[in-house]
Design a protein around this ligand. Structure first.
Ligand code: IDP
Length: 141
């Protein structure tokens, strides 16, 4: 098993629903440790930069608007196979297709407001972690 780090974001809808603790609890029960964390209200520029790979997609503007609609909780998760494990906990992008018991099945309302973000590969995880955290703010667990 590979010890990995992944970037997780609890999106504005889930922060507004007051389920940060419930989501953290799922990370911890799955063996993922919080190695860095901060709450932040993203600027438009920050959200556009973070989702730059989706710039040409039809949902890009809606996604950026949503991500700046309120504060988000951003964390680095560390653990064995952290990237895949977090994606498993999150469930499918569209909550209607998410398996029962996943974060999106339980807390997301729509494909736009889908509660959480999680990196999808080691390369993107490294880029996304560095986007929000200087390496000195990430603590080996
Ligand atoms: P992921 O968050 O499950 O990795 P991505 O395909 O990377 O999904 O898309 C990033 C985000 O863009 C999604 O979490 C969702 O909020 C939004 N999104 C993706 N596809 C659609 C869509 O078809 N309509 C509206 N929003 C979408």
């Amino acid at each position: 098993m590979a010890l990995e780090r992944t970037l997780s974001i609890i999106k504005p809808d889930a922060v507004a629903k007051n389920v940060i603790g419930e989501i953290y609890s799922r990370f911890e029960k799955a063996g993922l440790k919080v190695a860095a964390a901060k709450m932040k209200h993203l600027s438009r520029k920050e959200a556009e930069g973070f989702y730059a790979v989706h710039r040409e997609r039809p949902f890009f503007n809606a996604l950026v608007e949503f991500m700046i609609s309120g504060p988000v909780m951003i964390q680095v998760l560390e653990g064995d196979n952290a990237i895949a494990k977090n994606r498993e906990l999150m469930g499918a992008t569209n909550p209607k297709e998410a398996d029962a018991g996943t974060i999106r099945a339980d807390f997301a309302d729509s494909i736009d407001a889908n509660a959480v973000h999680g990196s999808d590969a080691p390369e993107t995880a490294a880029v996304e972690i560095a986007y929000f955290f200087p390496s000195t703010d990430v603590y080996a667990r």
